[in-house]
Design a protein around this ligand. Structure first.
Ligand code: NDP
Ligand code: MG
Length: 383
């Protein structure tokens, strides 16, 4: 039987690659629901090409153009942020792929799990912001979460079939756009430079997060929630080639790693087919083309965001939600040439120093912490 998918954020980098997997496997998947924020043209094209049942545009200003573009079809058209969460929970899909970016992914993650559906999760911010709430809900509803993020997919694959606990999760880190620059050279870097990721083609926000290592910090928090790992059992190692996607060390000293070319369609395919694997038209990996796999320490002075994320993880409560909100505001400001690259971490530190902290947060507490940290970051950056 075909699995019916809701792909939230179908017009983005992960969303488009998820549709590639659907295209490769027409007998296994149906893209029933597609959503976008504002790119109604691409959404309309996708909805037609995949004969979707529904298309949702989060920004209500684009409802009219989307409806008109699909007027000669029987595709249902909805608009609004709430509609994205509603279609995630709707009865006519089996699996929700959450490929939204940022805090906006939290409500659809919660709606998916409340409905007891399988969640293929790319939106790491859902777990960074609300991991405590989200994981409790997933257990209560027995709703499986399968990670799409490549490091977490790698760890997930290393853990399959293991019965004894691991000693350590080892997350690899490419180092982002500025890995070859010295700390003093970072003062005047531009968004255009930061958007040149050495290994992966991704959306703008995660590419900036990779340049500051906020992304790696978020991945530590994401690993904590997905694999129930305390902070001291998660380490990060620089691995510029990005061939090893991450590793798990076990109590007997054995280390399992998952390797491959940097191609997000592999972890997407794994998440959709799990527990099976499917043949993909991928290149055969040529070891001789990768004669050296190297490893190094992260420079914690150059990249303070990593330790800030570890601190947030140890504090729990709303700390990581505060980090995320300030980061979103600062990344948008940096992309708009309204602040410097180093202001991103400054905004995070400022928000964490001034925000209220709540332990055992409810969804309302996350919303309040997100709002407060956005206000604080905007205050600091004057934007
Ligand atoms: P993109 O920016 O490429 O795509 C984001 C998608 O979400 C787009 O469809 C966009 O619509 C939609 N969207 C953006 N904001 C909102 C909003 N406020 N409400 C509703 N929809 C919205 O992001 P990526 O695909 O790069 O990343 C998606 C997630 O996956 C992120 O959490 C990222 O960290 C994670 N991830 C991504 C990887 C990658 O290779 N790209 C790798 C690992 C993890 P529109 O097109 O209309 O703007
Ligand atoms: Mg990743």
């Amino acid at each position: 039987m075909k699995q019916r998918l809701a792909i939230l954020g179908s017009t983005g980098s992960i969303g488009v690659q998820t549709l590639d997997i659907v295209r490769e496997n027409p007998d296994r998947f149906e893209a029933v629901t597609l959503t976008a924020h504002s790119n109604w043209e691409r959404l309309a094209e996708q909805a037609r090409a995949f004969d979707a049942a529904a298309a949702v545009i989060a920004d209500e200003r684009f409802y009219g153009p989307l409806r008109d573009a699909l007027a000669d079809t029987d595709i249902k058209v909805y608009a609004g942020q709430d509609a994205v969460a509603q279609v995630a929970a709707a009865g006519d899909t089996d699996v929700v792929v959450n490929a939204l970016v940022g805090y906006a992914g939290l409500a659809p993650t919660v709606a998916t799990l409340r409905a007891g559906k399988k969640l293929a999760l790319a939106n790491k911010e859902s777990l960074v912001v609300g991991g405590e709430y989200v994981m409790r809900l997933a257990v209560e509803k027995q709703a499986p979460i399968v990670p799409i993020d490549s490091e977490h997919s790698a760890i997930f694959q290393c853990l399959v079939g293991e019965r004894t606990p691991y000693r350590r999760l080892i997350i690899t880190c490419s180092g982002g756009a500025f890995r070859d620059l010295r700390r003093e050279e970072l003062a005047h870097v531009t968004p255009e430079q930061a958007l040149q990721h050495p290994q992966w083609q991704m959306g703008a926000k995660i590419t900036i997060d990779s340049s500051t290592l906020v992304n790696k910090g978020f991945e530590v928090i994401e690993a904590h929630w997905l694999f129930d790992a305390p902070a001291e059992r998660i380490s990060v190692v620089m691995h510029p080639q990005s061939v090893i996607h991450s590793m798990v060390e076990f109590d007997d000293g054995a280390i399992k790693a998952q390797l491959g070319l940097p191609d997000m369609r592999m972890p997407i395919s794994y998440a959709l087919f799990f527990p099976e694997r499917v043949r993909r038209p991928a290149e055969v990996f040529d070891f001789t083309a990768h004669p050296a796999l190297t490893f190094g320490e992260v420079d914690r002075l150059k990249y303070p965001a990593l330790d800030i994320a570890y601190d947030c993880l140890r504090r729990g409560g709303t700390a990581a939600c505060t980090m995320n909100g300030a980061n979103e505001v600062a990344v948008a400001a940096f992309l708009g040439h309204r602040c410097a690259w180093s202001d991103i971490v400054r905004a995070i530190e400022y928000a964490l120093a001034h925000a209220d902290f709540r332990s055992g947060p409810t969804l309302d507490d996350y919303a309040a912490a997100d709002c407060e940290s956005r206000r604080l970051a905007a205050e600091l950056l004057k934007c």
